[in-house]
Design a protein around this ligand. Sequence first.
Ligand code: AMP
Length: 399
Amino acid sequence: MKILIINAGSSSLKYQLIDTADESVKAKGLCERIGIDGSMLTHKAVGKDDYVIESPMPTHKEAIKLVLDALVDADHGVVASVDEIAAVGHRVLHGGLKFTESTLVDTKVKEVIKECFPLGPLHNPANLMGIEACEAAMPGKPNVAVFDTTFGMAMEPYAYLYGIDPKYYEKYSIRRYGFHGTSHMFVSGETIKFGNLPEGNQRVIVCHLGNGASISASKGGKCVDTSMGLTPLEGLIMGTRSGDMDPAVVQTIANGEGISVDEVLTILNKKSGVLAMSGVSSDFRDLGNAAAEGNERAQLALKAFRYRVIKYIGAYTAAMNGVDAITFTGGIGENDFTVRRDVCASLEYLGIKIDPEKNSIRGKKIEISTPDSKVKVFVIPTNEELAIARETVRVAGLA
Ligand code: AMP
């Protein structure tokens, strides 16, 4: 069975066609500059030459039409007709308080996605456009919304509530939601399976370390806590985001610089993190090179990033009264062995020991802890598209 996965951004649309028989990717691609001059589609299909089309895409509707045309194209396509696509799975950023599960899309669901625009102002409108474009292009085909926030909806109130008057929760739905939920769900589940963790409430900490970075604690695959909050700004120091901070910093910068709260928030989201701390880059490869050449700001930024990861692992171990497995994922977690090495070196108190040789392997599903380590440590590449495909099959009742 073939499932189309759509991840729509405001001016872009990523897609994958996944064959659920062997969970392989048959084709994938990207529409760029939707609504802007110079729109183009890059399409890659298994066993076919890459295909680039420059064609106007004033809206997501034209983008979806080009994607479907590419999928059925005689030379570059992978299906004879769109009828072969059983369902479409959509990545949706924010499900607000209403969605605690992935959901089959209907009119009501679309209304709620719209109600959540204030919580996900950049992503939710684009996600809805992607859904509506698929509905128009493939009438009657099941569309499933898989929310980035659903994993975090399993948190208990004492974990998700901020220490503020509950009237703000009632009025504005202010709580900790957590993001990268699809990745945390997938990787925690894979950790339990791959690690052969004994049945029960397996206590797993997933470190999703990429340009955006977050850590989750889960028991038996259910989220206990996760480091991002109302928005993806909370938690770890990231590529360009500050992570945890005293809110008074916002006031101090706004008053000091004579700028608005919104402007400070833009700085904290886009011009902070290791980028600002190092003055070099948000990319860990550049930071690693600069640090190796003796750049002290880059060295400090990397140390601060790792320190925050170590602190969260300690906090989440305490929150679960122990931990059975820790898994690294995301661009940094999967590839940067120095981050894993330095983080694990500070976890000796948990009886964690890693095998340096296994840890030096890149981007592969592997256990990096030694047989006598008290906690298993893994690297598991994340695969959000596959997680969405599996959810789509389950929710659309196609299993
Ligand atoms: P993501 O947002 O998950 O795509 O991750 C992006 C981050 O992963 C960037 O900071 C990259 O520098 C980092 N990354 C990707 N490949 C490597 C690598 N081979 N070594 C170190 N960092 C890497």
